[in-house]
Design a protein around this ligand. Structure first.
Ligand code: FCB
Length: 440
């Protein structure tokens, strides 16, 4: 039997096991009056997304959510991490809400609760309405207020039933991945756009927290992603390059949120490109939080180069890799849970809000590599707990195979297999293994 090496009773009472998804990746943005997003535009531009695939139908969760939540409930999960699409709620990004969109999230949340799942919401998981992208999207400082208005509208409707809320999923992806590397929408490769978007994602976060506090909501946090940076060799130059990668990837947002400043090594490159008056925004950015979520998948090998800042390359590493080509390095999760607790959050509850792997799964072939991966990362989480760090939950990415952004439908992260022709759901061996673990 493909079994997993832990059981629920190994964890403290009240520790939450969850699975995560996001709106554009599963719902089907062609349904229910959702507006156009910058992902639709990015995917419609040749060369950006494998086979130019988009999220118009995705997993059709829009119509099948009851069945999907039944799968969550049958596996014994405590909580469900989902996101609300800005473009579904406000098709123009601002102005008149789409009543069908608000009704959908209302039904969705009620159904989660009916299935015994605590709703863990993320307000923004990357589906920026196209009309706001036309205005500069995350480069425009006004986005903080546009986002505050969206927050007000959606949370006035569903905020009374949330277990927890984070404004933005993975600020690094919104900023660096999308504006510096150009791998995600809007596909820019521009240092100034990067510095602006990385700052505005935090001002928008701050405004959203203010709005939700104003609505009387509690258990508000932030969700950041982390990658462990190994120097590619023993040289001082490689060590410096890895520290810089760590700076703009792992430290930048936490430092803004919890220390009211940005890391010096990142500012060496960013300073001339920052938006006017950025130094005055840290009171807004540093709204008090109730928890922090960590998304963790892999590590990188960083080598210096002689090009412009940040003057480094990523090299291929030696560890076993997932279907994404990502090395499996559970020690990184152990490292980051400790680092975040001791350097930044100092006692706030931490959640692993995403962890999992892509595998070329087929129905009827057990996804044993995923069972091993989850096992190793849950073991790292347990170890950190035993070492005194207040970890409050662990979340698998993802419940379903889904639209993996620029990699289309090819990379399968689900505990549940989805046939993208018939949309049939088939629980994988990892689903059954987790189900056994959660019942013991
Ligand atoms: C994370 C994203 C999620 C998914 C996983 C594989 O960065 O939050 O949407 O793409 O990676």
């Amino acid at each position: 039997m493909n079994d997993i090496g832990f059981k629920r009773s190994d964890f403290p009472e009240g520790f939450l096991f969850a699975a995560a998804t996001s709106s554009y990746q599963i719902e089907g943005h062609g349904f229910g009056g959702a507006g156009r997003t910058h992902w639709d535009d990015f995917a419609a531009t040749p060369g950006n997304v494998i086979r130019a695939e988009n999220g118009h139908r995705a997993c059709d969760h829009y119509h099948r959510y009851e069945d999907d939540f039944a799968l969550m409930q049958q596996a014994g999960f405590d909580a469900y991490r989902f996101s609300t699409s800005w473009a579904r709620v406000l098709p123009e990004g601002r102005g008149s809400p789409n009543a069908e969109g608000l009704d959908f999230y209302d039904r969705l949340v009620d159904s989660m609760l009916d299935h015994g799942l605590k709703p863990m919401a993320t307000l923004y998981h990357w589906e920026l309405p196209s009309p706001l992208a036309d205005l500069g999207g995350w480069r425009n400082p006004d986005i903080a207020n546009w986002f505050a208005d969206f927050t007000q509208i959606i949370m006035e409707r569903i905020g009374d039933r949330m277990f927890s809320v984070a404004p933005v999923n993975e600020p690094w992806c919104v900023g660096w991945l999308s504006h510096f590397l150009g791998h995600h929408a809007p596909g820019l490769r521009d240092i100034r756009a990067t510095a602006h978007s990385m700052h505005h994602v935090l001002t928008a976060h701050g405004r959203a927290i203010q709005v939700m506090r104003g609505l009387g909501m509690s258990n508000l946090g932030a969700v950041c992603n982390f990658e462990y940076a190994h120097p590619a060799d023993d040289s001082e130059e490689a060590a410096r390059a890895a520290r810089l990668y760590d700076g703009y990837y792992n430290q930048f947002f936490l430092s803004g949120l919890f220390k009211g400043k940005y890391p010096d090594n990142v500012m060496e490159g960013f300073e001339p490109h920052m938006p006017a008056g950025w130094q005055n925004d840290f009171d807004l950015i540093g709204q008090s939080l109730d928890w922090l979520g960590l998304n963790y998948y892999t590590c990188k090998r960083i080598a210096p180069n002689s090009g412009p800042w940040p003057s480094h390359d990523e090299l291929e590493g030696p560890l076993p890799k997932t279907q994404m080509g990502w090395e499996v390095f559970p020690e990184g999760l152990h490292h980051f849970l400790h680092m975040v607790h001791s350097e930044y959050t100092k006692g706030l509850p931490l959640f692993v809000t995403e962890n999992g792997m892509a595998n070329p799964d087929q129905v009827d072939v057990p996804d044993t590599p995923r069972i091993d991966y989850l096992n190793q990362h849950v073991a790292a989480t347990r170890q950190v707990l035993a070492e005194g760090v207040p970890v409050a939950g662990y979340t698998v990415w993802s419940l379903l195979d889904n639209y993996e952004w620029a990699l289309g439908y090819e990379k399968r992260f689900g505990l549940v297999h989805v046939d993208f022709d018939t949309l049939e759901r088939t629980p994988k061996a990892s689903y059954h293994a987790l189900k056994r673990a959660l019942s013991q």
